[in-house]
Design a protein around this ligand. Sequence first.
Ligand code: ANZ
Ligand code: ZN
Length: 806
Amino acid sequence: MKKYDHKRIEGKWHKEWEKKKLYKISDKIRGKKNFYLLVEFPYPSGNLHVGHWYAFSVPDILARTLRMQGKNVLFPIGFDAFGLPAENAAIKNKLNPRKWTYGNIDFMRKQMRSMGTSFDWSREVVTYDPSYYKWTQWQFLQFFKKGLAYRKETAANWCPSCKTVLANEQVENGHCERCKTEVVQKNMLQWNLKITDYADRLHDDLAPLDWPEPIKDAQRAWIGRSEGAEISFQLSGASFQDESIKVFTTRADTLYGVTYLVLAPEHPLLDQLRASSFELLGNAEEVKHYIESARKKTELERQENKEKTGVELKGVKAVNPATKEEIPVWIADYVLAGYGTGAIMAVPAHDERDFEFATKFDLPIVEVVESLDIRTSEMDTYTGEGILVNSGEFSGVETAEARKSITKKFGAPKKTYKMRDWVVSRQRYWGVPIPIVHCPKCGEVAVPDKDLPVKLPEVKDYLPDGRGKSPLAKAKKWITVKCPKCKGKAERETDTLDTFVDSSWYFLRYTDPKNKSKFADAKKLASWMPVDLYSGGAEHTTMHVLYSRFWQKALFDMRLVKDKEPYTRRMNRSLIMGPDGQKMSKSRGNVVDPDAVVERLGADTVRMYLAFIGPYTQVSNYPWNPNGVVGIRRFLERIWRLSSKVSTTRTSDVLVERLLHQTIKKVGEDVLAQKFNTAISQLMVFLNALEKSEGIGREQWKTFLCLLAPFAPHISEELWVELGNKRSIHLEKWPTYTDALLKEDTITIAVQINGKTRGETRVPADAGKDAALHAAQEAVAERLKGKQITRTIFVPERLVNFVISE
Ligand code: ANZ
Ligand code: ZN
């Protein structure tokens, strides 16, 4: 017997499959249903890590199984090649991002082929390819024309030392992660997408989706819909009479308990004051100073539970519309400018933050809600529901009811969202140029379709610019254009698009990747969309999955796609940790290099080990276990050796035959449920039985190889061909099982006397009641001797209980 030489086998089959275009698919195959299995495309980091193997080779088991089960499966791959992660890595390696990315993709393609995944490479999509980003730009312009893309002053994280805008993720406790300088908030003109227009639909359309609840909950939390009321407070005092302050509250029922208002330091009223009448304030200097210091903090810091700070706007008073009393107006940074109206009504008796603030600054506290639960302690703030007190005509009314009636009388119902519009402009080089021309006469003008794509020019200096402008701003020749409208002298937009824009529609392009006249043909979209199953990382639950749902809905409204939702199902996968149970990282030295393991043990072993490591979609952390990998390798070697035991005559071992049918059923069902680990356990149980059996029938062996094929595509193909088969095992049909053969033919029945188990007996599975009772009586004959059976209880296939008189 030849030895199991994984290198020879795997190399051979990769070439063979590619030559035969085994995984190239058509959009329609008669008699077959389409299934779209999507995995998140990687960014070209340069080297495949175990996480990539886990992300691609395990879902490949599902793709292969579905194909064998008669589905026409789209299982595509590509590269998310633009964007900050790629650009930062390139800069770190002192390479032009273009060079760096191209090189990495070539390398990664080779590595990915070594996994033996059944991707249809002819549909590869690469986001930096002009034939792709032409359509990213085109779609952006559709958003622009519909008013869904707009440019506006937006607060951004600005590092005064690096002189660049930072993403939220690059700010650590208010400091730049690179130079440790304090980050400030700076208003900059930025392109935004109006995702907030879709907040309600993004929230409401989750309910009917068959997704795991935690994923839906995470999206709902991100959208952060809050239902409450807007209430206006008139200002008083000579110079502020015409002004009012609007607040957002979820507790309109507490209006009689409002003892002061608080504005965010960035509230527009303050800008207004600054322009005209700042000196009317009794403490203008103090206020200015406070506003400055608040500006230096990030939003996160301001929300942290630190000691509250704030200053009163001396000389300004507001009127509580319910009590008609004059109350003070403060500014404090625990109130955020971007949420609600940027102003709150403070109810220190029933809100903890307000209570803390009121106690610190000695502001009045008026109780207006009494708990109905007598166990509630009378200390501090009561934030629950109850009955109104001290609330004029509303005293005695329950809070829920009062919320409605007080809102009606003094304000208006209002929904607010935590989600903000999506800032998509980046002052960076490595991205899709925003296809807009700025004309001094016509303003923002869309680049005409015929001039798309606006190609990213090659530049020498691609490093982020000190003034917070994209390096493209220095490509003078590229910038200068004629205005498409008036033909006057104009300039191109120099910001590029956030990579999350590129990845918001890549799954649409897979359906028709080569189309030159549309982003995808409607027929092709119809044959594949929506995605049947989207498998990805938990870190993309909110941003990417939410952005792409928004994108899809916007395209839907423009009648460019037919589905309101892009993904029928979304599943998150678990994480592979280093052997020490910690996240793999170079600094910890616990990174497992998949290439080395593949070299030593083979791709089939690595794939199958990862599938075996634990439930795939449970979102837990599994440490890489070197012994576990070797265990799988041994399993494959046992299979290899067993092939020499195969005989042409079918074995008569009915036990093996029955187990085989049980295995077909279980493996099939488990794979569809993405329980790859238990499917493999079943294959192991079956292999044990095969090893013990006298001979192995050829048909049984063939069936077993078919079950193994999705998990270990190379070794199964090799053993398959060795049997004399001419056609690839991966074109075989999934084996079917016979129900009748699944049943155990004898079963064990417990025998009880007066409810206590006294023995057991085996009877044929199809034995009737009489036969079972007879066998049971025999099993406990000794104990029944001379006793009177008064009653017999029979639970089919489980037990017999004899009730006797003592
Ligand atoms: C009065 C009140 C009384 C409130 C009470 C709560 C309890 P969610 O559920 O997160 O939407 N709020 C409103 N705008 C704010 C802002 N820009 N920055 C900080 N806080 C803000 O929270 C809504 C509540 O958060 C609102 O209801 C408001 O305080 C506060 F017993 O109004 B409430
Ligand atoms: Zn013009």
